[in-house]
Design a binder for this molecule. Structure first.
Ligand code: ARG
Length: 231
């Protein structure tokens, strides 16, 4: 019989979908999962005495993976919604976000959500953006597994707009070097991201909330924030 290895931290399995920079993504040519969420998830895990083990899972597969017990926690820029809260337990919010629209640089006919009526819109499957787009009258909503595909479709002219979280749209415009695209209109839906665990795991939610508080107090959260978003 093996003696219990008391020095080894317990593993906390975390799921995320990796086409959501700067929250979770892979740098070109790298297999490593990086981003604001990844740093924060690792810091939260460490604070609770765990090591984080991160898995790349399709966005619409994250809640099923949690429910099946394949992962312990979702940290994937997931907005806290009423609908999701019926199934899973969210931590306290850790990031304020919202939805916005990206169109091609030369598109002058779409300047707000109102203008999306009857238009072709690309979104990521299972997201709040997808849900919002489906509410738009006569819109032809195309759902993609990854955000990269949604942006590619816009570039190729297959859709008129992408609806996605504002910070991810901003990252796409500034960091991907995409010159022929722009963000238009106001933010819709103030949304907040939460880490999520199963409803049964009330103990873990409390620990996560405590860890977030501690990381805010000791400056670690601020450090991670500045690393990915600047001041
Ligand atoms: N915040 C949006 C939502 O909750 C989009 C999240 C997408 N996250 C991702 N890692 N692809 O639906």
């Amino acid at each position: 019989q093996k003696a219990a290895d008391t020095n080894k931290a317990k593993v906390l399995k975390i799921g995320a979908e990796m086409t959501f920079p700067p929250f979770e993504f892979q740098e070109e040519g790298s297999k490593e999962y990086v981003g604001f969420d990844m740093d924060l998830a690792k810091a939260v895990a460490k604070q609770m005495g765990y090591t984080a083990e991160i898995q790349n899972i399709g966005f619409d597969g994250l809640i099923p993976a949690l429910e099946a017990g394949n992962i312990d926690m979702i940290v994937s820029g997931m907005s806290i919604t009423e609908e999701r809260s019926k199934k899973i337990a969210f931590s306290k919010p850790y990031y304020k976000s919202g939805l916005s629209i990206v169109v091609k640089g030369d598109n002058n006919s779409i300047t707000s959500f109102k203008d999306l009526e009857g238009k072709r819109i690309a979104v990521q499957i299972g997201t709040t953006g997808a849900e919002e787009a489906r509410k738009i009258k006569d819109a032809k909503v195309r759902e993609y597994n990854s955000n990269s595909e949604a942006y590619m479709e816009l570039k190729a002219g297959g859709v008129d707009a992408v609806v996605n979280d504002l910070p991810v749209n901003e990252y796409y415009l500034t960091k991907s070097g995409e010159k022929n695209a722009k963000i238009v209109g106001d933010i819709v839906n103030a949304e907040e991201y939460g880490m999520a665990v199963t409803k049964k795991n009330t103990e873990l939610v409390e620990k996560v909330n405590k860890a977030i508080d501690e990381l805010k107090k000791n400056g670690e959260y601020e450090k991670i924030y500045v690393k990915w978003f600047g001041k």
